[in-house]
Design a protein around this ligand. Sequence first.
Ligand code: ZN
Length: 404
Amino acid sequence: MKRIFLGLALACLATWASAYPVLIHSWDVKADLRQLDELRISVDNVNWSHGRIVADVRDDQVLSALLDQGFDVAKLPDIAHENALRLNSDKSLDAPKDEYYTIDQYNQFMVSTAAQYPNLCTLVQAGSSGQGRPLYFLKISDNPNLAEAEPEFKYISSIHGNEVLGYDMCIRLIQLLTSQYGTDTRITNLVNGTEIWICPLMNPDGFVLGQRYNANGIDLNRNFPMPTGEQHPDGNPWGAETVAMMNLCNAHTFILAANFHCGSLVMNYPWDYTYALAPDDALLQSAALTYSIHNTPMYNSSEFEDGITNGAAWYVITGSMQDWNYGLTSCTEITAEICNDFWPPASTLPTYWAQNKESMLSYMEFVHKGIHGLVTSSTGSPLNASITIQGNSKTVRTDPEVGD
Ligand code: ZN
């Protein structure tokens, strides 16, 4: 039965329709998660104490198959999908008031911000989505066109196209950093001493379609190579968005990152794929806490102590972007779940900004913690070096352009 169903699920990939979230009431969460994993159904959120699993199904056939297998499953209202269609039908380019940016307004915002602040911002297109939309980063630093001996930091949001709060928070952060540079001492120091990369929208096709997946039905946060060396844990080819992010990350030496999601309120740190603790478990906890402690609802969570959790301890997933970053690059990445709703009403955005602003700034400043320096030859040229610390199995590399 399972095998037949799996075949059905994979066939659905070829004729991709529109996915939607479902709620599963579970009496044996562990067993149900195992079964959903075998069926390659993306789980978005697990509440162990209430026996609730939120998952995403690809269409009604998958939903019926779950019912046939005995799951207590019901469709959730797909507010994000409705909102995305309504929002993106607006073709005006005027900056919105009290509303999320449409895809066109967003693209214009990224281009025009780089044009408005040429001494602070560079627009970098990491690649294109499956449907050809640009995957933009703004690199924000005091000399944005130079690689300097400054740590590289990145924020990425909305790898899941229907989880949009981080998209708006990243836009607000860009506005804060650019408008307050030279006025606010803390912002000025942060921008002067850091190479800040921000991509508010990693999955623009999913955003326009109002769905978790990319346009080809791939869950991008299950699509990355594993620290174990397994290349395609989800059985899919890499999405165009996955390839773009891997290329960009491999071309730079990021030190610290977070990627923003919705569906829960917690900072989730590696590993996702194994119960084994990561080599830098204490550092990861400290980084996660740096964010959560300034976000009062997150820190006061009744579900997660201090608003942080180890990824696998919550629920195991494979092919996540944070595991790829942490396991296969020099970057420590954390998954920030910043809102219980996928698409909170636009009227609540100022409140969410008030809850996340200090967290976002403090987490960026965390990149300056720890040992740092330059690795150079005897004549002072930067070296492409790998650095390991005795007793820690994670190796990091220097940025070969500057040796930092
Ligand atoms: Zn997500």
